[in-house]
Design a protein. Structure first.
Length: 80
């Protein structure tokens, strides 16, 4: 059996900003390809999987730019 967990995300120019929506689980048989539906199993896999950090890459990039801007401002003010 193959189990795949999906999650949609919001993106800006194809750069992920943040995940949105619910996780969804799809399970199917490797031998015949028939889908398998078991709500209890789906909830277990949804709870076990974590959202990958790269889905927050744009948000992390913007936060780093803000921190760098503040750091440069304070360094330039400290030297005067």
């Amino acid at each position: 059996m193959t189990v795949v967990v999906y999650r949609s995300y919001f993106h800006f120019f194809f750069i992920p900003v943040a995940p949105n929506g619910e996780k969804s689980v799809k399970a199917y048989c490797n031998h015949c390809g028939m889908p398998f539906r078991n709500d209890t199993m789906n909830r277990v896999y949804e709870a076990k999987t974590k959202t990958p950090f790269y889905l927050y890459s744009f948000t992390i990039f913007v936060a780093l730019l803000i921190v760098a801007g503040f750091a440069l401002h304070f360094i330039s003010q400290w030297g005067k």
